[in-house]
Ligand binder design. Structure first.
Ligand SMILES: [Zn+2]
Length: 113
């Protein structure tokens, strides 16, 4: 059975538990402040492949403890399509918010928690 660790008190819990029974922390909101960087646009990906990669990374990261994902999307069609898809995820509450990186418009920062 998969386990998670409460970042506040260190208790080991089943992955299905939402709230730590020891310290009452909301486990889904916990993060370690880290950012995962994933390049989804520079290996000759088609738009559909890039979208699939993005969804995979978001799903994976939501189960983990990172705070943000930094998606490298390039400057073309992939970026446009990713921005549309992220708007949808934001609307559905799967991500908190997202924006193009200030100094590098070829990357999107997604806040998960
Ligand atoms: Zn705890």
């Amino acid at each position: 059975m998969a386990h998670q660790i409460c970042l506040d008190c260190g208790m080991s819990l089943a992955e299905t538990i939402q709230r730590c029974p020891k310290c009452d922390n909301d486990l889904n909101a916990q993060h370690d402040g880290s950012t995962i960087t994933v390049d989804i646009a520079h290996h000759g990906e088609r738009v559909s492949e890039a979208l699939r990669k993005m969804q995979y990374e978001v799903d994976l990261a939501r189960k983990g403890v990172s705070r943000r994902i930094r998606l490298v999307v390039g400057s073309g069609l992939i970026r446009e399509e990713i921005m549309l898809a992220l708007r949808d995820l934001e609307y559905r509450g799967e991500i908190k918010c997202f924006d193009l990186e200030i100094k590098n418009s070829g990357a999107v920062l997604i806040s998960l928690k």
